[in-house]
Write a protein that binds this ligand. Structure first.
Ligand code: F6R
Length: 587
């Protein structure tokens, strides 16, 4: 998703901006641009495609500037739609969506504005320029009052050539103050390793940055004191000996699981668990799939009903939640707009909200009563890998704690502590799927099937494959195949079957047989080696056995590898799948 970097200081701004934009690349983008204050105006360069396209601007002079990576929402990916947008005395970069952008644009056009892009962001800079009469903050406040939706803004004004002006609502923005310099960034990675003090703007706040420091203002433009955050201490992940971050991040899975298991339940969480009569899990994408896996474990162990909701549906539904409902809002980034909105709605309705996130001080934490952190470390690959396993570790140990709190003592916690070592062994199984990739790359479509926990892992395996290889793929409940979907299966449809629960293995094998009988090649991921020998199975990998409730934490690993190798076989970059963004901060 879009990324912002702004710099004002004693150094040349262009190299700082380009470095920041490179670090923001992992978020997913389709164009990039920078603006530098130059005389009484601006130097602006924008390009469709990669940040490298801007590399010739590194020698451009100027100590104040803003930069942006754009992930298209309004208007196609193109140079004219790339940011910064300039109007009169202002250059502006914007993250978020101006929901009344179309109306504002019409209003501005009717009174003579001529737009040069198709973006909602350009309405902001045009409105600001109209409302400006020498006081930037006052004009910015009036502009913000007209905007509906979300924004993080970094703005240059030709009348104040040393300064950057900022505003935030529902899109993250961080201000950094170093010695003789200031930064404005949308993502801590852009300032990782930089010296200085860092502050996160809250919704409705504004900021004014100069080489001498920064002042943050509330919605009425009264200066506010901010609490310092430790963003500068974060490290910029390096590839090391790996070709891609995705593969490196998979190797970090055992560590992510180990660190994310809940080792201690404090009193506030215990109290909250005691009051819990039902659980709702709200999340998107991979995080939603970890919720599906957690449902099986929580219901089996704690005997509490669990619903798992796609956050974008929950927020516009009419959810039945209130006292006694515990809402787990799960999000790697903690910045997913739909998940944050779902958490806020749940809280409004009287539910207790626990955020489960990998990012300290992310916006989701502000919408929750309590936060539980996963410790997967920064994830750069757009496709989630280690963060999924970390979420599972946390949610499974949460399930065990919830069950303990309900007086259910006979619990498989020791199976959880063994998961990191078993995950190391599961990683060794990844080589086994490398050769499968050739057979998948030309498939018409792919099915991933399983029952119970295996179904949860099938959903995630399928998402990984489609986002990285661009092959149509579906995760399906094995028993449901015969109720219509079997019509899609033929010899060009590989079927990946998951089999980790001995008690229902034969039932899943019925579905395998039905697919095999229609000509499908069946690829098995199992912890039950005897099934690998069945005649229906074309190829198999064996993962270590664990309690079937927790098996997705292991069985997903070869599926992640399958998606990785298939992406390579298809000639795709596994770290940067087309059209996708790492954190989806818009609706
Ligand atoms: C898929 C993937 C996405 C995210 C989803 C939610 O590999 O990464 O589906 O899981 O966008 O993101 P978070 O967890 O940051 O809320």
């Amino acid at each position: 998703m879009c990324g912002i970097i702004g710099y004002t200081g004693r150094r040349q701004a262009a190299p700082v901006l380009l470095d920041g934009l490179k670090r923001l690349e992992y978020r997913g983008y389709d164009s990039a641009g920078i603006a530098l204050v130059r005389g009484t105006g601006f130097f602006v360069r924008k390009k469709k495609g990669r940040v490298e396209e801007l590399s010739e601007t590194a020698s451009e002079r100027g100590t104040v500037g803003i930069g942006h990576t754009r992930w298209a929402t309004h208007g196609e990916p193109s140079e004219r739609n790339a940011h910064p947008h300039v109007c009169g005395k202002f250059a502006l970069v914007h993250n978020g969506i101006v929901e009344n952008g179309f109306r504002l644009r019409k209003e501005l056009e009717e009174t003579g504005e001529i737009f040069s892009s198709d973006t909602d962001s350009e309405t902001v800079v045009r409105l600001l320029n109209r409302l400006y009469d020498g006081d930037v903050l006052a004009a910015l406040k009036k502009t913000a009052e007209r905007l509906e939706g979300s924004y993080a803004l970094a703005i240059l004004c030709a009348d104040f050539p040393d300064e950057i002006f900022c505003a935030r609502r529902a899109s993250p923005l961080i201000v950094g103050v170093g010695a003789g310099e200031c930064y404005a960034v949308s993502d801590p990675v852009a300032v990782a390793g930089r010296e200085g003090k860092f502050y996160a703007l809250s919704d409705g706040e504004f900021a004014r940055l100069s080489p001498d420091g920064a002042t943050v203002y509330d919605r009425y433009l009264r200066p506010v004191a901010k609490e310092e955050k430790q963003y500068g201490r974060a490290e910029v992940p390096q590839l090391g000996a790996f070709r891609h971050f995705m593969r490196k991040e998979m190797e970090e899975i055992p560590d992510a699981i180990e660190k994310s298991l809940l080792k201690f339940i404090d009193e506030p969480l215990k109290n909250l668990m005691r009051r819990t009569k039902s659980v709702s899990i709200v999340a998107c994408g991979t995080a939603y799939h970890s919720g599906v896996a957690a449902k099986t474990a929580i219901e089996a162990l704690a005997r509490i009903p669990v619903e798992v909701c796609v956050a974008s549906e929950y927020r516009y539904g009419n959810p039945v939640s209130g006292e006694g409902t515990l809402v787990l809002a799960v999000s790697q980034s903690g910045e997913t707009a739909d998940t944050i909105a779902a958490a806020r709605l749940a809280k409004e309705r009287g539910a207790s909200v626990v955020a489960v996130t990998n990012v300290a001080d992310s916006t989701l934490t502000t919408a929750a009563d309590l936060t539980l952190y996963t410790y997967a470390g920064r994830e750069i690959g757009v496709a989630a890998t280690k963060s999924y396993n970390a979420q599972l570790a946390l949610l499974y140990s949460f399930a065990v704690a919830l069950a303990q709190g309900k007086g259910r003592e006979e619990l498989p916690y020791s199976a959880l502590t063994e998961l990191p070592a078993l995950a190391k062994r599961a990683l060794r199984a990844c080589d086994g799927v490398r050769s499968w990739a050739q057979r998948f790359q030309n498939a018409r479509s792919v099915f991933f099937i399983g029952r119970g926990s295996d179904y949860a892992a099938a959903l995630e395996g399928s998402l990984k494959l489609k986002e990285l290889s661009y092959l149509p793929s579906e995760g399906y409940a094995a028993g449901e195949l015969k109720h219509g979907t079997l019509a899609l299966i033929d010899r060009n449809t590989p079927v990946v079957a998951l089999l980790t629960n001995r008690e229902i293995a034969e039932k899943t094998m019925n579905a395998v047989h039905e697919a095999y009988a229609r000509g499908a090649r069946v690829f098995l991921v199992t912890s039950l080696p005897e099934y690998a020998l069945r005649k229906e199975v074309s190829a198999s990998v064996v993962v270590p056995e664990t309690d079937p409730l927790f098996s997705p934490a292991l069985s997903v690993i070869p599926l992640q590898a399958l998606a990785y190798y298939t992406a390579l076989a298809c000639g795709n970059d596994p770290d940067k799948p087309r059209n996708l963004a790492k954190s989806v901060t818009v609706e």
